[in-house]
Design a protein around this ligand. Structure first.
Ligand code: FEO
Length: 391
């Protein structure tokens, strides 16, 4: 339970959660996660930046003890969600002299979510600097990465930026720094898709601010630390700013095979027209994979059978999720099969008001698809290819 050095006078004192499988009772964690807390020791003051999930508070305490920490002057809460703040009451009980620092909104949210006395919390303003003695912490308000109260913390003397959820990844690993870069980027993309994608426009602005700081180390509160920040900064720039790719995403469910036949034909029709096309069977995959595929796709085509007059519930969930996550897709359609009628297209189209997409003609067939249905799928692929040519 040792602390791990990430820079002079700066240690990681977090917890690795190898076994967690679900976050927020919503987000699948195929690779576990970590809760990163950091200790910054100035000549006069010691600061703890964020804490850990309460299920792991003993790990945090053990790392602080092994680092020889007998006093903490400041606990910085960058984000009030409980995976980072939930063990702060235990920290304050162990180190009662500590003052808890948070943004304006952060203070309110900490008091609402945790058993913390108001007099223990002090607000810091955007841009405010706190002197630790030879080291300083500057707080940068960055609302909506992930909650409205979130802030980053800049340690200029070490060119280290603590970013809480931003630039994080749900990845349990023994590596303090990102070393398996391909693995880290996949985990970071999944995390971006699930948590950060709805806030793309805010993140785009924050990236400019982060690039101006020119950090040498980016230390998020989940997953590995980046001692080569361009790895994650370049990836984020692409995910938030680049136009969508020449890719058609086809989330689908098939109950008796008809929709599946349509999906297979449609995939071939897309590929033969020079587009990347990817199906994802919603009956089998986790929603994180679906979210990750939404990051780049220029077109989303939902493929559904008809259940009690509407779309299959798993497909409705995919539409609901897309509406929440607001990917940068520009075109949307529905294909599928029905037995005797229904309103799958109308219901799915009504579920995506947040998406800035052009609705393309649907292709629905009765029972098994016939030659006319295949021709309609070809025509849909043709029209998507023409639109993708303008990306
Ligand atoms: Fe890792 Fe939004 O908490």
């Amino acid at each position: 339970m040792d602390a791990r050095r990430i820079a002079d006078n700066v240690d990681w004192v977090g917890a690795i959660d190898w076994d967690r499988q679900l976050f927020d009772a919503l987000v699948p964690l195929p690779d576990g996660t970590s809760y990163n807390a950091y200790l910054v020791r100035g000549k006069e003051k010691v600061a703890l930046i964020d804490a850990v999930d309460p299920a792991h508070e003993q790990t945090l305490m053990a790392r602080l003890a092994s680092a020889g920490v007998t006093e903490i002057d400041l606990v910085v809460s960058q984000h009030s969600e409980q995976d980072h703040s939930g063990s702060i009451p235990a920290v304050l009980a162990e180190y009662p002299e500590a003052r808890l620092l948070a943004s304006d909104k952060g203070k309110r949210m900490l008091l609402e979510h945790l058993p913390i006395a108001e007099q223990q919390v002090q607000t810091v303003k955007d841009g405010q600097i706190v002197d630790l003695g030879g080291l300083t912490l500057q707080f940068l308000y960055t609302p909506w990465v992930h909650w409205p109260e979130t802030m980053l913390t800049w340690l200029p003397e070490r060119r280290t930026l603590f970013t809480c959820d931003l630039f994080g990844s749900h990845l349990a690993t023994g590596d303090t720094f990102a070393r398996e870069e391909a693995e880290v980027l996949v985990a970071a993309k999944r995390y971006f898709a699930e948590i950060m994608m709805p806030f793309r426009s805010q993140i785009e602005r924050y990236l400019d601010r982060v690039n101006e700081l020119d950090p040498a180390i980016i230390a998020p509160s989940h997953g590995p630390v980046f001692d080569r920040p361009s790895l994650i900064l370049d990836a984020y720039q692409d995910w938030v700013s680049s136009p969508p790719q020449n890719m058609v995403l086809i989330p689908y469910v098939s109950m008796h095979g008809s929709t599946r036949i349509m999906v297979e034909h449609f995939l071939e029709a897309c590929w033969s027209r020079g587009m990347r096309a990817q199906q994802i069977n919603l009956a089998q995959v986790d929603t994180g994979k679906l979210a990750m595929l939404m990051v780049d796709a220029a077109t989303i085509v939902l493929a559904t059978p008809t259940v009690l007059g509407g779309p299959h519930p798993q497909v409705a969930y995919a539409a609901f999720l897309a509406n929440l996550l607001k990917p940068k897709a520009r075109h949307f359609s529905v294909i599928g099969s029905f037995g005797w009628g229904g309103k799958a297209v109308e219901q799915l189209s009504a579920m995506i008001p947040n998406l800035k997409v052009e609705l393309l003609p649907q292709v629905l067939c009765k029972g098994l698809p016939n030659a006319a249905d295949f021709a309609a799928l070809d025509a849909l692929a043709e029209s998507i290819a023409a639109k993708h040519a303008a990306l």
